[in-house]
Design a protein around this ligand. Structure first.
Ligand SMILES: NC(=O)c1ccc[n+]([C@@H]2O[C@H](COP(=O)([O-])OP(=O)(O)OC[C@H]3O[C@@H](n4cnc5c(N)ncnc54)[C@H](OP(=O)(O)O)[C@@H]3O)[C@@H](O)[C@H]2O)c1
Length: 251
């Protein structure tokens, strides 16, 4: 399988590394910034270009891993090839690519990816396509780099993206608040890290609904009041505490 990757950011880099490690031939990196394209291409040992250069026409598929807003205006140059293309965005419908090719789809890695990652975590991939041929192509590519490949249409993918915001972005935001609270109150956030890891690891065993603990789950109003008084100097965090407490109590 031969691939051209458009983009040189986090997703392009991680997918590119995984592809090269798993015998997928990355022919070329295309990126807006030629230096970014060159850096990734040098790492992956392939050709590179910016949008003004020559696009390699020999790929089986073109993976577009650019910022959501840059998806269509900047990849118009693939149009003349009319080859299979796929974007990597969770919340963007596959149809945004239909003006670019007759064969288009989505190749969405459901993971938080950073090019600085030393170890690449397991990477579920959700695929979707305009036609059976492109879906099969995306499936073949996905199973080369992931053990968890699922077909998900726009609606399913966007719903999973919403759920991903809850489990990843929101929980991380809560860690940020907790760390900041600890710093301001002169206690050590580090002692909470084993608890964070234990809570996350429990998910592998069974439904999170079975693992809800804490004062709200016990309906322990005495402790909740105490906590609210300890948060009186932080009205926004106090409000969040109240909202989450109510949500747990209503569950
Ligand atoms: N990071 C994740 O965890 C993750 C996970 C799943 C899906 N995604 C999706 O994957 C896509 C790429 O995300 P990313 O995290 O790799 O983003 P990123 O690291 O910020 O990289 C963005 C890429 O888009 C290019 N770009 C940005 N603005 C552009 C513009 N106006 N015109 C042309 N190119 C532009 C950049 O090119 P230059 O560097 O050359 O300027 C860069 O290659 C997004 O759709 C995102 O929603 C991300």
């Amino acid at each position: 399988m031969k691939v051209v990757i458009i983009g040189s950011g986090n997703v392009a880099t991680v997918l590119g590394r995984l592809m090269v490690q798993n015998d997928v031939e990355v022919l070329q990196i295309i990126s807006r910034n030629i230096d970014h394209a060159a850096n990734l291409a040098n790492e992956l040992n392939c050709k590179y270009s910016d949008y003004n250069g020559l696009l390699d026409a020999n790929a089986d598929i073109y993976i577009i891993a650019v910022s959501d807003t840059a998806l269509t205006p900047h990849v118009e140059f693939i149009k003349n090839l009319n080859k299979p293309v796929a974007h990597t965005a969770g919340s963007v419908p596959k149809d945004v690519l239909k003006t670019i090719s007759n064969q288009y789809g989505v190749f969405y890695p459901l993971q938080s990816l950073r090019k600085e990652m030393k170890i690449i975590p397991p990477l579920p991939i959700l695929i979707d396509a305009s036609d059976a041929f492109t879906l099969d192509l995306l499936q073949q590519l996905a199973i080369k780099i992931s053990d968890q490949v699922q077909v998900a249409n726009d609606e399913q993918r966007q719903k999973l993206h919403v759920a991903a915001v809850f489990v990843n972005n929101f929980t991380n935001h809560l860690y940020v608040i907790a760390e900041s609270y600890c710093q301001k109150e002169g206690v050590d956030f580090n002692v909470l890290k084993p608890l964070i890891i234990e809570t996350a690891q429990r998910m592998a065993e069974s439904s999170p609904s079975k693992w809800q603990t804490g004062p709200a789950a016990r309906n322990d109003l005495f402790t909740i009041e105490k906590h609210l008084s300890l948060l009186q100097n932080y009205p926004e965090w106090k409000e969040l505490y109240v909202n989450l407490t109510n949500s747990i109590m209503d569950a």
